[in-house]
Design a protein around this ligand. Structure first.
Ligand code: ATP
Length: 626
C-alpha cells in the first residue's frame, strides 16, 4: 500500500551547505610511509618495526590456539586411558607430573587435555548451532524487511537482554546432565549477536550498486540472497562463530562448575574446576591452576584470533534498498498529442523521500514525461535535481519509505501501486537500466563476461555475450576482464550490454558520459542513438549538455530543476532557444555560449520553492537570463 504525499508546507528547512559537507568526506586511507635513506636498512625505524610487531600480535594467538588444539587431541591419545592411583594423589607439579595430580592420582596434564577436548567440542557445537540460527534470522530479517524485520529484531533484542547464565541454569536444571540441554542453553541465548551482524552486513551489501543492478537485470530475491548477500555475510558470521567459542567454553565451564553441567566421567574444564574446589582447601592449588590456566589460555588465544580476523575488514556504506515503487492515484487518459502510445508515460508523478531526521526530500514534483520507441530523450539538470530518483521510480526501485502519487504507465500497464512481482516481470525485459556506477555495477571479484551471461540466463533471452559486446562496440575478449580492468568507456559499454541482455523495449542510461573525455562521451551517446534507432525508447540522464549539443543525438529534451521538469521540447530547440531561465543558465554555462557559471547553489529539496526559478538559488549574486 502506498502512503499519501505529505503536506509540502510541513517540512522544516535546513542548511543547504550540510549536504555539501557530507560530500566532502575526508580521505581516510591508511598513510603508512616507507622508510627511505641509507640508515633504513641498518636500524629498523619505528615505522618498520610496528608492522612486524603487528604481524607477531596476529600470529601469536593462532599459534597458541593451534598448540592448545594439538594438546587437547594428542595428549589423551598418547596417554591412553588413565586409572585412579591413590598412591600418587595430590602430588605437586614436578618432573613426573608437570601439572601435578588430583585427589584420585590422575595426571592433571592429561586430565586438563581431556577436559579441554570436551569443552572445545561442546563449545564448537554450541557455536555452530547458534551461528546457523543467527544467520537464518539475520538473512530473513534483511531480505524480508518491513514488519518481519522489525519483529525479528525486537525478538533478537529481547533474547539479548535476558541474563544468559540464568536462562542456561534454568534450562539445564530442567534436564540435569543432558548434553543436548547444555548445547541448547548456550546456543539459544547466543544467536542474537550473529543475527545482528549478518543482517547489518546484508543490508549494507543490499544497497550496493551491483546488487541493485542484479535486481534491475531480473534476479529474484532468492538469487540475490544466494549469489550476493549470503557470500558477503558469511565471513562475518564465521568471525562471529569463532568469537562464540570462548563464550561457550566459559558458559559450559560455569554450568559444570556449578554442578549443573557434564558428569565427572566426561570431564570438561568446568567439571575439573568444580572437582578441584575441595582440593584447593587442602593446599593443592595446582588442581585448580591447571584447568584454569588452560581455560584462560584458550579464551585469550581465541579472543586474539578473533580480533586479528575482524581487524582487516573494511567498512561499508549503508544505503537504499530495492523496495517497489508505491505509486498511487488512478490512471488518467492518454493526453499525448502523438498517436503512437508511448512505451513509458509518466503523469503528475510526485515522489517524496524520507530523510533520517524525519523530513521529506521533494525529489520529484508533478512530473510528466513520455518515452517512445525509436526516440532518444535527454533528461538534463544539475546534480541533485531528481533525475536518478525518476529513473529508479521507472524501474520500481524507489528508496524504502518513498511516498508518491501520480501515474506511471509502462507498455500500457498502470504500474501505480504495482507489487514487486509485477515490477520484476518488467525489469530488464521491458525496461533496462544502465546504472550510473559504471564498473561498480558488476561484482568486483568476477569477470565481466560470466556476469553478463548470468543476466541473459536470468532474463531468459537468446542473446549471447559476444553478440551483446559487439553491439556495444566491445571486443569479445572484454568478457575476460575483471570490472577494475575496464576503462571508463568500456565500463559504460559493458553496463549497457548487460542492460540490453533482456532485449528491453526501453533503456534508461543514467549518466553514461560521467567522467569520460569529450571524444569518448560522444562515442557513448552515438552508441545510445544506435540503440534508439533499433526501435528502443531511450532515456539518457546527463549533465553533459556539451556532448548533447555536439552529437545532436537527442530527439527530445527535458530540463529538470529542484525536482520539477521546468522545460521540455525538441532537443535542438531547447538547446538553441531555451525558454526557462534555468535552461538558459544551463546553456549559458557551456564553453560555446560564454562559460557563464550558474549563480549560487540549487535550493534545498527538503524545503523547495513552489515555483523554482533562478532567484531562489542560495548565495546567488547574479542571475543569468531572465
Ligand atoms: N535514498 C534517498 N533518501 C533520501 N534522499 C535521497 C535519496 N536518494 C536521493 N536523495 C535525494 O533526492 C534528491 C535527488 O537526488 P537524485 O540522485 O535523484 O538527483 P540527480 O539529479 O540524479 O543527481 P546526480 O546527477 O548527482 O545523481 C537529492 O536531494 C538527493 O539528496
Amino acid at each position: 500500500m502506498s502512503e499519501p504525499v505529505p503536506d509540502p508546507t510541513s517540512p522544516t528547512s535546513s542548511d543547504p551547505l550540510d549536504s555539501q559537507t557530507a560530500l566532502g568526506t575526508p580521505d581516510t586511507r591508511d598513510t603508512h610511509h616507507a622508510v627511505t635513506g641509507p640508515s633504513a636498512d641498518a636500524v629498523p625505524s619505528p615505522a618498520v618495526a610496528r608492522p612486524r610487531r603487528r604481524r607477531a600480535v596476529r600470529i601469536l594467538p593462532a599459534a597458541t590456539l593451534a598448540a592448545l588444539v594439538a594438546y587437547a587431541v594428542l595428549v589423551p591419545w598418547w596417554a591412553g586411558t588413565q586409572t585412579a592411583d591413590f598412591a600418587r594423589a595430590l602430588l605437586p607439579p614436578g618432573p613426573g607430573q608437570w601439572f601435578g595430580t588430583d585427589h584420585s592420582g590422575y595426571d592433571l596434564f592429561v586430565r586438563s587435555a581431556e577436559g579441554l577436548r570436551v569443552s572445545l567440542l561442546v563449545a564448537l557445537v554450541c557455536a555452530v548451532v547458534a551461528t546457523v540460527l543467527g544467520v537464518a534470522v539475520g538473512a530473513v530479517a534483511a531480505t524480508a524487511g518491513g514488519r518481519v524485520d522489525r519483529l525479528l529484531m525486537r525478538t533478537t533484542d529481547g533474547v539479548n537482554a535476558l541474563p544468559h547464565l540464568l536462562i542456561g541454569v534454568v534450562i539445564v536444571a530442567l534436564y540435569p546432565g543432558s548434553l543436548p540441554a547444555i548445547i541448547a542453553s548456550i546456543a539459544l541465548t547466543h544467536w542474537p549477536q550473529i543475527a545482528r551482524v549478518v543482517r547489518a552486513e546484508m543490508l549494507s551489501v543490499r544497497s550496493s550498486e551491483y546488487v541493485e543492478a542484479a535486481y534491475l537485470w531480473g534476479a529474484s530475491r532468492g538469487q540475490v540472497l544466494g549469489r550476493h548477500l549470503l557470500p558477503a555475510a558469511l565471513p562475518q558470521a564465521l568471525v562471529g562463530l569463532v568469537m562464540l567459542v570462548p563464550h561457550a567454553v566459559w558458559h559450559e565451564s560455569t554450568l559444570s562448575f556449578l554442578g549443573l553441567g557434564l558428569s565427572p566421567d566426561e570431564a570438561s574444564l568446568g567439571t575439573l574446576l568444580e572437582v578441584a574446589r575441595g582440593d584447593v582447601f587442602t593446599g593443592a592449588w595446582w588442581t585448580l591452576a591447571a584447568p584454569a590456566g588452560v581455560l584462560v589460555a584458550t579464551t585469550l588465544s581465541v579472543a586474539g584470533l578473533t580480533r586479528a580476523l575482524d581487524g582487516g575488514r573494511p567498512g561499508r556504506r549503508r544505503g537504499r534498498g530495492p523496495d517497489p515503487l508505491p505509486v498511487t492515484l488512478p490512471p488518467d487518459g492518454d493526453t499525448s498529442p502523438d498517436s503512437v502510445p508511448p512505451l513509458v508515460r509518466v503523469r503528475s508523478l510526485t515522489l517524496r523521500l524520507p530523510t533520517d531526521d524525519g523530513r521529506w526530500v521533494h525529489a520529484a514534483t508533478e512530473l510528466d514525461l513520455d518515452l517512445r520507441a525509436g526516440e532518444l530523450t535527454a533528461l538534463v539538470g544539475e546534480s541533485g535535481s531528481g533525475k536518478s530518483t525518476l529513473a529508479s521510480a521507472l524501474c520500481g526501485l524507489s528508496p524504502a519509505g518513498t511516498r508518491s502519487s501520480g501515474s506511471v504507465v509502462v507498455d500500457g500497464r498502470e504500474m501505480s501501486g504495482a507489487d514487486e512481482r509485477a515490477w520484476r516481470a518488467l525489469r530488464g525485459r521491458t525496461i533496462g537500466l544502465a546504472a550510473q556506477s559504471g564498473a561498480g555495477t558488476f561484482t568486483p571479484v568476477r569477470r565481466v563476461g560470466p556476469q553478463i551471461a548470468e543476466v541473459v540466463s536470468a532474463l531468459g533471452t537468446e542473446e549471447t555475450v559476444p553478440e551483446l559486446l559487439e553491439r556495444v562496440g566491445l571486443e569479445a575478449d572484454a568478457a575476460e576482464l575483471f570490472p577494475h580492468e575496464l576503462s571508463g568507456g568500456m565500463a559504460v559499454r559493458a553496463v549497457t550490454a548487460a542492460a540490453l541482455a533482456g532485449r528491453p523495449r526501453g533503456l534508461l542510461a543514467d549518466e553514461p558520459t560521467a567522467g569520460l573525455d569529450p571524444e569518448l562521451a560522444a562515442q557513448v551517446l552515438r552508441l545510445l542513438r544506435r540503440v534508439a534507432d533499433s526501435g528502443t525508447a531511450v532515456l539518457v540522464i546527463t549533465h553533459d549538455l556539451q556532448a548533447l549539443e555536439t552529437t545532436e543525438v537527442a530527439d527530445h529534451m527535458a530540463v529538470m530543476y529542484a525536482g520539477r521538469i521546468v522545460e521540455r521540447g525538441p532537443a535542438r530547440r531547447v538547446l538553441s532557444e531555451p525558454e526557462h531561465p534555468y535552461s538558459r543558465a544551463l546553456t549559458a554555462a557551456l564553453p560555446a555560449h560564454g562559460l557563464h557559471p550558474l549563480p549560487g547553489m540549487p535550493p534545498e529539496l527538503t524545503d523547495p520553492p513552489a515555483d523554482p526559478s533562478l532567484t531562489d538559488r542560495t548565495g546567488a549574486t547574479d542571475v543569468v537570463g531572465g
